[in-house]
Design a binder for this molecule. Structure first.
Ligand SMILES: *Cc1c(COP(=O)(O)O)cnc(C)c1O
Length: 228
């Protein structure tokens, strides 16, 4: 496991969020920081919890299931965000462990989640993931399909859709992609935007991000071979 998290990095990220929100003339409490703790163990996560941080992101159901239930008994008010791809056979466990889903990207997953939420009586807020760069290998629905998919999720499945999530193509200026998501959010009246990672969260804030998902800038680099 990588070395434990240095709170200094966490406070630096907070300061950058404050500055970016000021420059964008947005109240700083309009932006929630999700600390992405994938590949880091409980020792790395505990200092943040002890410092009062409560929002964390994981990209794998299995890994989250191993780490978080014990932490949750100590910190019952923490909020765990699923930010990675979800398989429908893991929907039950995902609904049990997580509090927010950021990666709703196809009807099959919408159905599986809706069924489990009803069964467990846990109605988690969800983000629809947008493939803003239309990359064939990437998850997310294409921008022009959003209207139909949103309708499906809400009307057919009864899901609580609160916003859009996106990851811009690597090695591109992220601005136009963030702007695209911002305009889609406005068009469909969606309140939240989950966008911005360690290398682009200040820009994401400029374009209206309300949740930024920051991993390595807080916890340090992840071990090689585990970059996702
Ligand atoms: C890993 C990950 C992040 C955090 O990435 P960093 O570059 O380490 O900040 C954010 N969002 C998603 C979907 C991720 O998988």
């Amino acid at each position: 496991m990588p070395p434990t998290c240095d709170l200094l990095n966490y406070y630096k990220v907070q300061a950058i969020i404050d500055k970016a929100s000021q420059e964008a003339q947005r109240p700083k409490n309009a932006i929630s920081l999700i600390a992405v703790s994938k590949h880091f163990n409980q020792q790395a996560i505990l200092p943040l919890l002890k410092a009062g941080h409560r929002a964390f992101g994981e990209n794998k159901v299995q890994e989250a299931a191993a780490k978080w239930p014990a932490l949750r008994t100590q910190f019952p008010d923490l909020r765990l965000h699923l930010i990675g791809a979800l398989q429908s056979n893991k929907a039950a466990q995902a609904v049990q462990i997580f509090d927010v889903i950021h990666t709703l990207d196809r009807p099959k997953i919408a159905q599986a989640l809706a069924k489990e939420m009803q069964r467990q009586g846990r109605y988690l807020p969800c983000f629809i993931e947008i493939n803003c760069g239309r990359e064939p290998q990437k998850a997310g629905i294409n921008p022009e399909e959003l209207g139909e998919f949103l309708h499906y999720c809400r009307i057919k499945c009864g899901l609580n859709i609160i916003g859009l999530m996106t990851i811009p193509p690597a090695h591109h200026n992220p601005g136009p992609y963030f702007a695209l998501c911002q305009s889609l959010g406005k068009k469909y009246g969606l309140e939240h935007l989950s966008m911005g990672m360690s290398n682009d969260f200040p820009e994401a804030i400029t374009f209206g991000a309300s949740f930024v998902r920051v991993g390595s800038a807080i916890f340090g680099p992840r071990s090689p071979g585990h970059q996702n």
